[in-house]
Design a protein around this ligand. Structure first.
Ligand code: ZN
Length: 224
């Protein structure tokens, strides 16, 4: 039996990853991580998503661990649209090594469950991304090798959205008949505004909402 562990943030991308994993694997668990994000509201949505699909959901809290060592407007006050203080080419929302730490946590969870072959699913994406270096395909492949060596067993990291744009992730949800759930049960907004729009919940102003709205409109246009 093949089991997968999906990193569930409560946002659109991890929702679509869960749908993908439920179809591909015999069993699925979800893991969420509280890393000190200014708005923890999305984690409540992660719980709602897991409940809706009837999958086990575990939450790990590494709040102080990350907030004490990283600058990011997702963790501390600041303007998401400005540059990161330590990397002028990256947005202020960048959390250094976030995906690497998340993948380490979720692989430890699978290891503790005594998985002999560890399958992880994460919604990182190179197409629409904000330039975060740890979203790149080469990084994820290197991370899988690192975890395999560190745990001395096969670790596969699946990234079903790596080459998809936002319009295509809407399409994946729609193809699975889950577009209404995607709109209602996910929150991607940096400001954690829960207002429901045609394209999903959010403020409509932050970079995450703008990307999502643009993707939704592109998807609607492609259907016509
Ligand atoms: Zn927003």
């Amino acid at each position: 039996m093949q089991k997968a562990y999906v990193l569930l943030s409560g946002g659109q991308d991890s929702f679509v990853c869960l749908i993908w994993a439920l179809k591909k694997f015999d069993a699925v668990e979800t893991v969420s991580i509280h890393y000190g994000q200014r708005h923890g509201v999305e984690l409540r949505y992660a719980g709602l998503i897991a409940k809706h699909f009837g999958v086990k959901h575990t939450l790990y809290d590494i709040d102080r661990f990350i907030t004490s060592m990283a600058d990011s407007t997702l963790l501390h006050e600041g303007n998401h649209n400005e540059s990161h203080p330590q990397a002028a080419n990256l947005p202020a929302s960048f959390v250094p090594n976030r995906n690497g730490i998340f993948l380490t946590v979720i692989s430890n969870h699978a290891f503790r469950n005594n998985e002999k072959r560890i399958n992880l699913v994460i919604g990182t994406c190179e197409t629409d991304f904000s330039g975060y270096p740890d979203c790149r395909d080469t990084y994820i492949k290197a991370k899988a090798l690192e975890l395999s060596l560190g745990l001395d067993r096969p670790v596969n990291i699946y990234t079903p959205l790596m080459w998809k744009n936002k319009a295509q992730t809407f399409q994946m949800a729609d193809n699975a008949g889950k577009l209404p759930e995607l709109i209602d049960l996910t929150l991607t907004c940096y400001s954690a505004i829960e207002k429901v729009n045609a394209w999903g919940r959010g403020c409509g102003e932050c970079p995450a909402c703008k990307l999502r709205e643009k993707g939704f409109n592109e998807y609607l246009a492609s259907k016509q």
